[in-house]
Design a protein around this ligand. Sequence first.
Ligand SMILES: C[C@@H](C(=O)O)C(=O)SCCNC(=O)CCNC(=O)[C@H](O)C(C)(C)COP(=O)(O)OP(=O)(O)OC[C@H]1O[C@@H](n2cnc3c(N)ncnc32)[C@H](O)[C@@H]1OP(=O)(O)O
Length: 220
Amino acid sequence: MHQLVAASPVSNDRTSPERPGVSGAAEAEPSGKHGAVQSGSWRRNSGKQIPYCSHANVVEEHWTMTDAPADIPYSVLGLNHLAVAVPDLEAASEKYRTVFGASVSNPKPQPEHGVTVVFVKLPGLTIELLHPLGDASPIAKFLQKNPRGGLHHVCLTVDNINHAAQHLKESDVNLLGDGKPKIGAHGDPVVFLNPKDTNGVLVELEEASGEMHNFTHEKW
Ligand SMILES: C[C@@H](C(=O)O)C(=O)SCCNC(=O)CCNC(=O)[C@H](O)C(C)(C)COP(=O)(O)OP(=O)(O)OC[C@H]1O[C@@H](n2cnc3c(N)ncnc32)[C@H](O)[C@@H]1OP(=O)(O)O
C-alpha cells in the first residue's frame, strides 16, 4: 500500500501554498516504486505562474490504493500525448491556439505513419493533431466514421519499449502491425497496442528520451 500523505486540509484556493503539491515552487512528492513524482508549476509565455497538480495527493488522501506487482519489468513514466484525428489541420490548430491558448507547431508529414502531425502544447499536456496522409493512412477509416474528428489514441511514455513489449506479450496484449517499434514523430521508438486488448482504447507506447516534451519551433 502507498504511504498516506500527511496533508493539511485541502483549500479551495488552487494557488494556496498550503495545498499539497500545488504551491508556486516545484516540490517532490513522496517516492513510490518508480521514484519521486514531480509536481510544480508551469510558466506560460506571459510569465504568469500557473499551478500544476497531478491530483496524486488528493487521491491518496481519500482513496485506498493498491500497488502494482513488484516484478513488472518496465515503468510507465507518464502521459506523453493525446492524439486527436481532425478533418482540417489548419482549422483545428487555430482553434487550439485561439480558444485554449495553446502553442502550435507547423504541420509535419510522417509518411512512415500515414499521417500529418501538428503538435499542440498546453501546460502539462501535449496534444497531437492527426490528419490522414497517403492512400493507406491508418486513420482514414476512423475519420470516415467520425467526420468531425475524435480522440484517436493515448500515448504513454515508458522507460524501456522492448521490456514493455515483452511484458505485454506475456499479458496477452497484442501489438499492432509487425510488433516492431517504429520511430515516431518525436524521433523515439513507438508501438501501438490492439484496442481490443485495452478496453477499446488505442494506446501508443513511446520510449522516453531527453527530448521528451521539448518540442521547439526550430525543430518543427
Ligand atoms: C506519428 C505517430 C506518433 O505518435 O509518433 C502517430 O501517432 S501515428 C498515428 C496513426 N497510426 C496508428 O494509429 C497505428 C495503429 N493503428 C492501426 O493499426 C489501425 O488504425 C487500427 C487501430 C488497427 C484500426 O485499423 P482500421 O481503421 O483499418 O480498421 P477498422 O476501422 O476496421 O477498425 C478495426 C477495429 O478497431 C477499432 N478502432 C479503429 N480505430 C480505433 C481507435 N483509434 N481507437 C479505438 N478503436 C479503434 C474499430 O472500431 C474496429 O473495432 P470493431 O472491430 O470492434 O468494430
